[in-house]
Write a protein that binds this ligand. Structure first.
Ligand SMILES: *Cc1c(COP(=O)(O)O)cnc(C)c1O
Length: 218
């Protein structure tokens, strides 16, 4: 397996202060464990069921980030399992997370997912609505906003992602300066296998990498 070599190469090349999230969708629990043994500290999961299977093998050897689209009826499980939810994009979802976390005595760190491409069908809040959503969430006791996440529109040329990363980064810096209560703008999660170097150049300090660790998804 190349997973070990891939992880070690990526980790050795990432600038100091940039966190690697291994995007594990469609991978076997054994592959996720291999990545963790090679030095991955955070696993990103898109689906609750896959996360449960991987967690059963890997457990607390890694932190677990939810990076998929979270349905309301899955929040209870997500609240128990994850260390961070990177994809909060509505006050309704935030309130549900807050409610479930209050029941288990937990404060959930979350990122706000930004729909930086302003794409109709895509998850996330458009850049100009991020601040008002964070202000609403800051009143909740069991959820804490810790930054922003974005995907950007898909393009075969990663350079096309740059303007979306730039805009998300600007929103991040602006909100950081506001020092909102119960909010700590610490993480900017942007960039995937093809685009993470560009994302880092534009301010990302968390990158979500799947293919470059595990190989092409079948
Ligand atoms: C799959 C996925 C990634 C990683 O994509 P790769 O191109 O395989 O690196 C990153 N973020 C999210 C939200 C994903 O679903």
């Amino acid at each position: 397996m190349m997973i070990r070599e891939n992880v070690q190469k990526i980790l050795s090349e990432l600038p100091q202060g940039v966190e690697l999230v291994a995007a594990a969708k469609a991978r076997l629990p054994e592959e996720v464990l291999e990545a963790v043994k090679a030095g991955v500290k955070i696993v990103g999961e898109n689906y609750i069921q896959e996360a449960e299977r991987a967690y059963a093998l890997v457990g607390n050897r890694a932190k677990w980030h939810f990076i998929g689209h979270l349905q309301k009826n899955k929040v209870k499980k997500a609240a128990a399992l994850f260390d961070m939810i990177e994809t909060v994009d509505s006050i309704e979802l935030a309130k549900e997370i807050d409610k479930r976390c209050s029941q288990i005595g937990k404060v959930m760190p979350v990122l706000i997912e930004v729909n930086s491409g302003r794409e109709e069908q895509k998850a996330g809040v458009v850049p100009e609505k991020v601040e008002s959503l964070i202000r609403e969430i800051s009143g909740l006791q069991h959820i804490k906003v810790m930054g922003l996440m974005t995907m950007g529109p898909y393009s075969p040329d990663p350079e096309d992602s740059r303007p979306y990363f730039v805009e998300t980064s600007q929103v991040f810096e602006k909100i950081k300066k506001l020092n909102l209560p119960n909010t700590e703008m610490k993480y900017l999660s942007m960039g995937m296998t093809s685009s993470y170097q560009i994302a880092i150049a534009e301010g990302a300090n968390m990158v979500r990498i799947g293919t470059k660790i595990f190989g092409e998804r079948s």
